[in-house]
Ligand binder design. Structure first.
Ligand code: HEC
Length: 162
């Protein structure tokens, strides 16, 4: 009996530390290490001038596919990204996109999560898909996306051109 009670206390512990409202608890790793090879690609390899001059691609989960591939460079009439949509940018050390060095990720949370960041949660992952940073990353991510990805250059804070 004593053992079982201790067990429950232990099981509850991670929640005390990890289940706050910000950041919303995310599985570790957030995505599989080979997600850059297995997820659907929406933008092919290019050099990103904003993302630290790395080679980058853009891949998405199923929920983000339609909104991402069909957005037009203005807000009106675009399909909204549903809760759970993930837009993932694998970053590489080379301009051929061969040597993965990590990921940046936007994941759509429930309405009201963080209106300033268009209710996206922002992530930085290591090459294995494990979270390095997550949450309402204002100065790290959103300040720049608000500046560069506002219409007519982008949609809902995404803005990689075709
Ligand atoms: C200095 C400006 C800047 C910063 C800082 C920045 N981004 Fe970006 N990001 C951009 C621009 C511009 C694009 C689109 C063009 C490109 O790929 O370079 C982009 C593209 C993306 C994309 C691909 C989806 C798309 O089409 O927009 C993701 C995902 C992303 N950024 C996530 C992040 C995250 C997460 C952070 C913070 C850890 C971050 N970004 C920080 C400017 C920035």
């Amino acid at each position: 009996m004593q053992l079982r009670r201790n067990c429950h206390i232990l099981l509850a512990l991670p929640c005390i530390y990890a289940c706050g409202t910000d950041p919303i608890a995310a599985p570790m790793p957030l995505i599989a290490a080979d997600a850059h090879l297995t997820w659907k690609q929406t933008r092919a390899c290019r050099i990103s001038h904003e993302h630290w001059l790395h080679g980058v691609r853009v891949v998405v989960n199923d929920a983000a596919w339609q909104p991402y591939v069909s957005w037009l460079p203005y807000e009106k009439g675009n399909q909204p990204f549903p809760v759970g949509a993930m837009v993932v940018k694998p970053e590489y050390n080379d301009d051929k996109c061969l040597e993965l060095i990590g990921y940046t990720v936007m994941r759509k949370e429930s309405a009201g999560y963080w209106p300033q960041g268009n209710d996206w949660q922002w992530f930085e992952l290591d090459p294995k898909g494990v979270v390095v940073k997550q949450g309402k990353l204002g100065k790290e991510c959103v300040t720049c996306h608000v500046q560069h990805c506002a219409p007519p250059n982008g949609f809902d804070l995404t803005c990689t051109p075709d």
